[in-house]
Write a protein that binds this ligand. Structure first.
Ligand code: CTP
Ligand code: CA
Length: 223
């Protein structure tokens, strides 16, 4: 259990954050994954802890190390992330910044797949992973504030607005992750905050600045 780093407007609040990618094994030596450095989720966790929150940080195998002053729960797969999130509740707010793999490979086992000499690749069967955000947003004892992300390449605001309704979360932070934006893997982010009131464009800023802006909004909403 993390002790709060500092006193601040979020002192006494528990906030759950998911971050990083998940890895879904194909066999013991291979996996499929989403692209995610974990930078934005890590910055959000640091900003919230800096404002006094007790933070549980559930992270997949990310490129950046977790921040100081938070309770870190390391997971690999979406199923493990879902379990860790359940175990971490209740919380006052939850921020789902993880890039969760949408599918896992059915029958991934202890044996390495081998080329069989035929020149034909193996046929992998996929099954859908649990939607962690949607499940939490629909719990009767859900956090008061449930926040998701929507990384999109097309029709960003429309897709993210639909996603907010479909998942039942309070806010969605949408961004345009086409490679030419340089957002994925970069230091900056350009987010649109989507709430019941509509869409609010935030200017391009560093991921640390975006994290502090979000942390202040969360503190206002929970006050
Ligand atoms: N998310 C989650 N569990 C999943 C998939 C997504 O918790 N199995 C969360 C993400 O952390 C993010 C939000 O849901 O906060 C939106 O993720 P996204 O991949 O954009 O949404 P999907 O519903 O998976 O839609 P898409 O088909 O666009 O991937
Ligand atoms: Ca997805």
């Amino acid at each position: 259990v993390a002790r709060a780093l500092a006193d601040g407007p979020l002192t006494g609040r528990h906030i759950l954050i998911t971050s990083g990618p998940t890895h879904e094994p194909i066999d013991p030596v291979r996996y499929i994954a989403n692209r995610s450095s974990g930078a934005q989720g890590t910055a959000i966790a640091a900003a919230l802890a800096g404002m006094g929150a007790r933070v549980t940080f559930v992270t997949g195998p990310a490129a950046v190390p977790p921040p100081q002053g938070v309770a870190v729960v390391r997971v690999e797969t979406a199923a493990q992330m879902a379990q860790a999130v359940e175990a971490a509740l209740p919380a006052d707010a939850a921020v789902f910044a993880a890039a969760v793999a949408d599918w896992h490979v059915v029958g991934a086992g202890a044996s390495k797949l081998k080329k069989d000499g035929s020149g034909k690749p193996p046929a992998l069967a996929f099954a859908e992973n649990p939607d962690i955000l949607k499940t939490v947003a629909h719990r009767p004892d859900r956090p008061r504030l449930v926040i998701g992300f929507a990384a999109e390449t097309d029709d960003v605001v429309r897709n993210a607005t639909d996603k907010r309704a479909r998942k039942g979360c309070d806010w969605i932070l949408a961004n345009d992750v086409r490679p030419e934006t340089g957002i994925m893997g970069g230091t900056d982010n350009a987010l649109t905050l989507i709430t019941a009131e509509g869409a609010e464009d935030w200017p391009r800023m560093t991921k640390d600045q975006a994290a502090r802006r979000l942390a202040h909004r969360i503190a206002e909403a929970l006050a």
